[in-house]
Design a protein. Structure first.
Length: 624
């Protein structure tokens, strides 16, 4: 599954070339367009092996990362307390099942390069009961000005190496129990964001303050290494009274811009970059776009003006930029920012109201999330903003004019045709209830008839009985192949999240606190979370789901029912499939970054993983 085409330049060689050109490391060189196209390697995290040991009744499944910077033909040896346990180097996967071993067994992994064994990896994180708990501390609750008391629940999270030690850390959003949808009036408690190591050490706590309302649409936070110094930063919309991780206050500490309905429709709005190690506010600028006249966004009471999206994209093909956006029902504005040398620079702004874009069908096309992918194959990322896309240079790329929706998926959904596809559901009863389009051009490949507000849709290879991804939605019966043909009349039991969980490359269904495998006569339960709860009400989403540890398959993170821990589950199933860690596929990695945005959606890599898949490509990446 692992060998790339021979003509592809190896990541290590590419990294060496970049280093020789002075474009590697912590330098603040901004790549020109020509340089970015020539140097196709992308900045990625310098990760450790992420070794895990998942205990089962029969022994321990040890899993680890095959890094993008490893050679194509790297092999591995597995050691327990310094004694090798495998008879010959592991080459066909990045897992090893150690039969009969106790839960407390201590493992390390050593890479074998050109026949030479390298040094020890980090020690395995032990999943002694199939999961690992990360202790967290809920903030103290409070009372709103109208006398309503509230407490806190662990909500959405993201990951990044906050301290530069090669291990991913967690950035967790705490949401008050009186958080509101924008359509609902009322005061809310403050939104709180923590930086936490996997051992539960809290690095910092940021309090966004009274002038940032709490709810799914208000705070979209991005965690990524934007300046290439080897440590992740955290970007968030802030306001008067936001308190950073050192206790310093942004703007006025006494200002209260809330109106009698609890909305914040006046006062300054900021964008702040926080230091991942300390939570210190390193730079603050005015949020783009400004709210301006509230009613110009679609209503006058404060619903549509405060619909925010966020993402991270490699707009120059090599280094990540921050995407912050506002609006999707009417006007849409997307701003791209670079964080270099300790300051913000705005790269471009896309505005559906501009003279260039006005009247061309780009307004009102946004979703409750966005996706980031190189849809046109030029090596640079585009922003898929629902039913329209913005090019890497901030220009309009395409629009289907099919309007707003609640869910979409962008990936190689049809491996039989070149490039990427988008599957999306629609809310407009006069438009197709669901459709699949060529992500390069926006040309709709197939669609289903109008059927009112179609609230949910998923596209992924969940069944080996049909080639490519299966697509299904709330409003349509059966599952469809990438050509739009119904290939089985039985829909999955859920229309929510996804997970690569068992040993084969076909993806599983993640919903609420369970993981199921699709079957034509009924789904098979593979995991039921113990003592955990899902997030975001009927959305029933996890705190986070993705390949964050071990081999290429996906972990799922839920909050415990008492909100005192994040419970991470890692697969107990062995596999004979070898794929580079998905953290080094930048489409997948940026999807983990935007997963927390509004109505959370699962990540997709830039290539097809599923039944009958081709050899997984190796990424071209360099690490700071």
């Amino acid at each position: 599954m692992s060998h790339p085409h021979k003509h592809r330049r190896r990541p290590l060689a590419l990294a060496a070339a970049l280093a020789a050109a002075g474009l590697l490391g912590t330098g603040l060189t901004t790549l020109t367009t020509d340089t970015a196209q020539a140097a196709t390697a992308r900045q990625a995290e310098a990760l450790d092996r992420g070794v895990v040991s998942v205990h089962t009744a029969d022994g321990n499944l040890v899993g680890w990362r095959w890094l993008g910077t490893d050679p194509d033909d790297v092999a591995f040896n597995v050691y327990r307390a310094g004694t090798k346990v495998n008879s010959s180097p592991v080459t066909g996967s990045t897992t090893y099942f150690h039969a009969g071993a106790p839960a407390q067994a201590d493992y390390t992994v050593r890479a074998v390069v050109n026949g030479v064994e390298q040094g020890d990896s980090v020690h395995a994180i032990q999943f002694r009961a199939g999961y690992k708990d990360v202790p967290v501390s809920p903030p103290a609750g409070g009372t709103t000005p109208d006398g309503v008391s509230y407490t806190y629940e662990a909500n959405d999270a993201s990951v990044g190496d906050l301290d530069g030690d090669g291990a991913l850390d967690i950035v967790l959003k705490w949401q008050p129990t009186n958080a509101k949808d924008n359509s609902q009036a009322g005061y809310t408690g403050n939104t709180i964001v923590d930086g936490v190591r996997l051992d539960g050490t809290r690095l910092w706590r940021v309090d966004l303050g009274r002038n940032i309302r709490s709810g799914a649409h208000y705070t979209q936070f991005q965690v990524y290494d934007y300046d290439g110094d080897g440590r992740a930063e955290v970007a968030m919309k802030t306001a008067d009274g936001t308190k950073d991780g050192t206790g310093a206050v942004i703007g006025s500490s006494s200002a209260d811009h809330r109106n009698s309905s609890g909305y914040v429709l006046s006062g300054p709005e900021y964008l702040t970059m926080f230091d991942g190690r300390t939570g210190k506010a390193m730079g603050t600028v005015d949020y783009v776009p400004a709210r301006g006249t509230v009613s110009s966004w679609g209503d006058s009471y404060g619903n549509r003006v405060d619909r925010f999206l966020a993402g991270t994209a490699y707009l120059d093909g090599s280094r990540p930029s921050l995407i912050m956006a506002r609006g999707y029902y009417t006007r849409t504005v997307v701003a791209a920012w670079d964080w270099r040398g300790g300051s913000f620079t705005r790269r471009w702004t896309f505005d559906t109201n501009s003279s260039t874009n006005s009247g061309k069908g780009y307004d009102g096309q946004g979703n409750h999330q966005l996706s980031v992918a190189d849809v046109d194959g030029d090596g640079k990322d585009e922003i898929v903003y629902g039913a329209m896309a913005v090019d890497d240079d901030g220009g309009a790329l395409w629009t289907t004019r099919n309007g707003h929706g609640d869910a979409m998926h962008v990936g190689d959904l049809d491996p039989s045709r070149p490039g990427l596809e988008e599957f999306k559901v629609d809310e407009d009863g006069s438009k197709p209830s669901s459709w699949m389009a060529d992500a390069r051009t926006g040309q709709v490949v197939w669609s289903t008839p109008a059927g009112g507000d179609n609230g949910r849709g998923v596209s992924a290879d969940i069944w080996s009985g049909s080639a490519g991804a299966e697509s299904w939605s709330s409003a349509e019966s059966g599952i469809r192949n990438p050509k739009g043909t119904v290939v089985n009349g039985r829909k999955p039991s859920s229309t929510n999240f996804l997970s690569w969980w068992d040993g084969d490359p076909v993806r599983e269904l993640l919903d609420g606190t369970r993981i199921d495998k699709y079957g034509t006569s009924g789904d098979t339960r593979l995991l039921t979370g113990s003592g955990v709860a899902s997030n975001n009400g009927t959305k029933a989403t996890p705190v986070l789901s993705g390949d964050i540890l071990g081999d290429w398959r996906e972990e799922v993170v839920w909050r415990t029912s008492d909100n005192k821990a994040l419970r991470i589950y890692s697969t107990p199933y062995d596999t004979d499939t070898r794929i580079t860690t998905l953290l080094h596929d930048t489409q997948y990695r940026t999807a983990l970054a935007w997963q927390n945005t509004a109505y959370n959606q699962p990540p997709h890599p830039s290539f097809f993983i599923g039944a009958g898949m081709a050899r997984a490509p190796r990424p071209a990446v360099f690490t700071p």
